[in-house]
Design a protein around this ligand. Sequence first.
Ligand code: TYM
Length: 337
Amino acid sequence: MEEKQTKKVMLSGIQPSGDLTLGSYLGAIKNWSARADEFDCYYFMADLHSITVRQNPADLRRRTLEQLAQYIACGLDPEKNTLFVQSHVPAHTQLGWVLDCYTMFGELSRMTQFKDKSAKNADNINAGLFTYPALMAADILLYQPDYVPVGDDQKQHVELCRDVATRFNNVYGDVFKIPEPYIPKVGARIMSLSTPTSKMSKSDKDPNGCVYLREQPEVIARKFKKAVTDSDTEHCVRFDPAEKPGVSNLMSIYSACTGKSMDAIEAEFDGKGYGAFKPAVGEAVIETLRPVREESDRLLKDKAYLEQVYREGAEKASYIANKTLRKVYKKVGFLAK
Ligand code: TYM
């Protein structure tokens, strides 16, 4: 117990709004699993966030459970990490409402993800989509984390969370710890294989742009062989995201999977061209994802175990989250029960 209290805290979540992709793996989960001994870790399936875009209920339920299996398969041991479903811990929505009242309309209007998603879902620009960063701030602040490991696209939301927490603390004293975003050096922004100028996303309509964690090796190999490279004539493997976005994206993926530096990759494929490079990246990805697929397939056959993990996770998470929530309710002036 003593030791636990001195550990730093890490927290993050992923929306089960689509099957997990290589982007969320390299940008986020891969960096979570290495940290379990050093940090007190909380990871969740952000199902409340998912319904800001219409979901098929059966698919949402299936993907939430699959995501839990994948978290474990990626190395998040439930004995060392608290794994839970966001909607199982009511404190998220409760603090979410309070923070709605401390987050400004202007701040929310500036969020790039809101602008992107409202452009893509013009027929459903709902209030939840707009206030989503306040709920995300609640997700984070309930657990008083030191670090929030996310990909580059979530940095703006973590920064807003810091601003909201600081505003609240300035009124009521030190209620919230101000967290830091924790963004990997390689893999923070994996791009689509078919349109390397846009982010690889689980809601992408083009299946060739996206690699899913549970995909079969032959499908992954095919996607990498087809990956769009650049239209320059030199055909050389060189890291230059502005001029060569396709090749640079493949280099980032290869580097994140193998641990090799960009210089080492350039040397390895010097004079070999894209024909040798693309299948090699595919192979590296296949080998990285093979254990994740095999282990998550195995875990998904044991529903009772997964249920036990998320139930215990919700209990542990609620205990911590409710402590923060009680403090907040008292500070803002709600009458005690
Ligand atoms: P989400 O579900 O869009 O993505 C999950 C995580 O994966 C990262 N990621 C990527 N990283 C690199 N390249 C990519 N192409 C790529 N695509 C996704 C994301 O940056 C993210 O870290 N709002 C969050 C979920 C959330 C959350 C939270 C995260 C809800 N509450 C509290 C942290 C803390 C989201 O929609 O992530």
